[in-house]
Design a protein around this ligand. Sequence first.
Ligand SMILES: Nc1nc2c(ncn2[C@@H]2O[C@H](COP(=O)(O)OP(=O)(O)OP(=O)(O)O)[C@@H](O)[C@H]2O)c(=O)[nH]1
Ligand SMILES: [Mg+2]
Length: 330
Amino acid sequence: MTSSTDRSPFRSAFIALIGRPNSGKSTLLNNVIGDEVSIVSALPQTTRGSTRGIFTTNTMQLVFVDTPGIHHGRHLMNHAMLQDACRAVADDVDLICYLVDLSREYAEEETAAADLVRSIKGVPVLIVFNKTDMTKRVDDAVERFHRLFPDLATLPSVRLSAVHPDAKKLFLASVDPFIPEGPRYFDPDELTDSTMRRIAAEHIRKQVIAAAGNEVPHATFVEIESYRETPQRHEIIATIHVETRGQRGIIVGKGGSVISRIKKAARGSIMNLAGVPVSLTCHVKVSPRWRDNKDFLRRVGVDWGGVMPHQHSDEASGVPPGQKKNLSRC
Ligand SMILES: Nc1nc2c(ncn2[C@@H]2O[C@H](COP(=O)(O)OP(=O)(O)OP(=O)(O)O)[C@@H](O)[C@H]2O)c(=O)[nH]1
Ligand SMILES: [Mg+2]
């Protein structure tokens, strides 16, 4: 006998996750997918480019687009990250989830994120008030947000803690009304559309963040020079670019101790994913000012949106001269 559920049409949606750095976008994505498809760290600006996580059941498929945190940095690289978040919103998505970190003061970055949300036309927005577990008075924090951004007070919202196992159920129930009838875009066993090359670079960067802390990771770019894949073995050669000799010293460590740790941990996690032995070679190279070097960024596939370096002369704000700090322009 066929039940009514069997007859219901398949549904699918593209859902963008946006918000200020460190608001928990990647954590929520990983919780829903049940795997680390996007790296997470306590450091803001962890996600550098859009990353898709795919969640499939018998009746629906959700393609989540994790984006870099919305912030105005002074480098071309920061601009590229901002462009990436803006593109995700401008793309043909069915829903935008705006993550708000309740545990911190709503500073300038929140205003920038709210500005971007205001600029969205024709796509529903769901506010995800996150980190309820770290927030003493959740009601007060939500009320403060609504006082600051009264025009966003009418948007649908959910309150959760992305690190909590319950968050998945709560979040999926909140997005459910927004999922239209649609096709299955990806195979049911696919969790991400990222390539092994990109995943490997992210796993190495995650270990750099863990080993180096604070500012060094922002000045780090992991480039995969070669990725050779056979059924028996993956052979990876990577270059970790940093901006100064001092940063190189930190990443290499005394007698190469730090880079050895980074390599060992990254190799282990890549091997878990690959399911075969992995050999990993990591070079550490000083590439001065790579974050503002157009040729470098072009070579490694970072799209900064065509903004010329001289437009980034406003060191204090990171905003090109004469341009208002308004994300709706991005
Ligand atoms: N306690 C707690 N920690 C959280 C929660 N959500 C995220 N975190 C932590 O917050 C930090 C940042 O999380 P991410 O998921 O990397 O944040 P993000 O928004 O992706 O950050 P960017 O990629 O930098 O934009 C990590 O240390 C997470 O473990 C939460 O609900 N509760
Ligand atoms: Mg992230």
